[in-house]
Design a binder for this molecule. Structure first.
Ligand code: AMP
Length: 391
């Protein structure tokens, strides 16, 4: 089955075409567009390119399109992307303004461009559907909860891939299978010891998730992608009392608060340098104290959440780093693990330094928990889930 996985941003469109069957799948083509103003024309162009390059004889060969949708109002899981999905995305457009409108439009465009293909949406919130009410409820009035304000969690496809792959790397095949089939079968009882993972997705957008036997028990991200760890330019955790205080004291409007918290905060906000960690590292090395502070705040927050989930999991079998920063920044990984020997987390500095954005086990022989680097592979999760949904 040929499945196109569409990654839609407000000004970008990236795709990967997978050939999937029962035994797995492979990427047969990929491409992308930046600075997009008209998604319809780049989608048509991508399909024409695939045809011209001989990857497909006709767009009709593409049987399905998968969308990594972020947040739906009253909708999650892996669903056929229809009008209900579009309504759910638009219902929460204001909560995820950078993500929901492009996906709502993208689904409409693909329905026109590929009328015979099945469209499937896998919500980033899906991985958290089995978290406990105690972990996902905020202490707010019922009227707020009734309009859908709660912790949802994001990066579900990435953390689900970590749940699968970390189990396989730790020779826990049964847990790996449970994680893979989670959206079909739900959580399953595991024979033998529990398998406890803390997954750190550290990139332009970051989150830490606790995973027990292949199933998320909680995550650092909350109601919106403006939560949890400091993000590239979006605020992470913030006391709600800060917002009315800033509005009154700085004389700024709610729209301006929203703009500053979603565009001028996070690592950019603290460092004043950049939203890209590479620039921040350079500035910190040349003595910029604010750049150093933004790194310290990121490390502090990652450790905070690792500690929270280790306690909830009752220990740790694997600590995993993934995404742009997690895969590439050995110094940050070392700082995150610093002084955690008493908790069974001991990094091997040489293995850590030698790891180059590839799967690696960077724990020392003395480490009770495995410390793993696993490159993110969200598109593969999408392709697999679309295949399972339609099979
Ligand atoms: P992602 O959102 O997963 O693409 O990750 C983007 C983030 O990863 C940016 O903050 C980049 O600065 C960071 N990143 C990518 N490569 C490196 C690297 N070699 N060293 C440090 N950070 C990196």
């Amino acid at each position: 089955m040929l499945i196109l996985v569409a990654n839609l941003g407000s000004t970008s469109f990236k795709y990967r075409l997978f050939r999937m069957d029962e035994s797995g799948g492979e990427v047969v083509a990929k491409g992308g567009y930046e600075r997009v103003t008209d998604h319809a024309s780049v989608i048509d162009d991508a399909l024409a390119t695939l045809q011209r390059d001989g990857v497909i004889a006709s767009p009709d060969e593409i049987e399905a399109v998968g969308f990594k949708t972020v947040l739906g109002k009253d909708l999650s899981g892996c669903v056929i992307a229809d009008q209900q999905t579009i309504d759910a995305l638009e219902g929460f457009a204001a909560v995820a303004p950078a993500h929901n409108p492009p996906y709502a439009n993208g689904i409409r465009q693909f329905a026109k461009a590929l009328p015979k293909a099945k469209l499937v949406a896998l919500f980033e919130t899906a991985f958290y559907q089995w978290t406990s009410p105690a972990s996902y409820n905020y202490a707010i009035p019922k009227s707020w909860r009734d309009i859908g304000i709660r912790r949802y969690g994001f990066h579900g496809a990435s953390h689900k891939f970590i749940a699968e792959r970390s189990a396989e790397m730790c020779e826990r095949e049964e847990v790996g299978q449970i994680a893979r089939r989670l959206y079909l079968d739900g959580p399953q009882t595991v024979s033998g010891k529990p398998f406890r993972v803390v997954s750190c997705h550290l990139g332009g957008s970051s989150s830490v998730t606790g995973i027990l036997n292949g199933v998320a028990i909680g995550t650092s991200m909350g109601f919106s992608p403006q939560s949890g760890l400091p993000q590239n330019n979006r605020v992470g955790e913030l006391d709600s009392g800060a917002i009315p205080y800033a509005m009154r004291t700085l004389g700024i409007s709610l729209d301006e608060v929203e703009r500053q918290l979603t565009k001028e905060s996070g690592l950019l906000g603290i460092s004043g340098v950049s939203n890209d960690l590479r620039d921040i590292l350079q500035a910190a090395e040349s003595g910029n104290a604010d750049a150093q502070l933004s790194l310290d705040a990121l490390v502090h927050s990652i450790r905070h959440w690792i500690g929270a989930f280790m306690l909830e999991l009752g220990g740790l079998d694997a600590l995993v780093f993934t995404a742009g920063i997690g895969e590439n920044n050995a110094a940050l990984r070392e700082r995150v693990c610093d002084g955690l020997e008493g908790f069974g987390i001991v990094i091997d500095p040489a293995k850590n330094d030698a790891c180059r954005a590839a799967e690696a086990d960077i724990g020392s022989a003395a480490s009770a928990a495995r410390i793993l680097v696993i490159p993110a592979n969200e598109e593969l999760v999408l392709a697999r889930e679309v295949f399972r949904k339609l099979s």
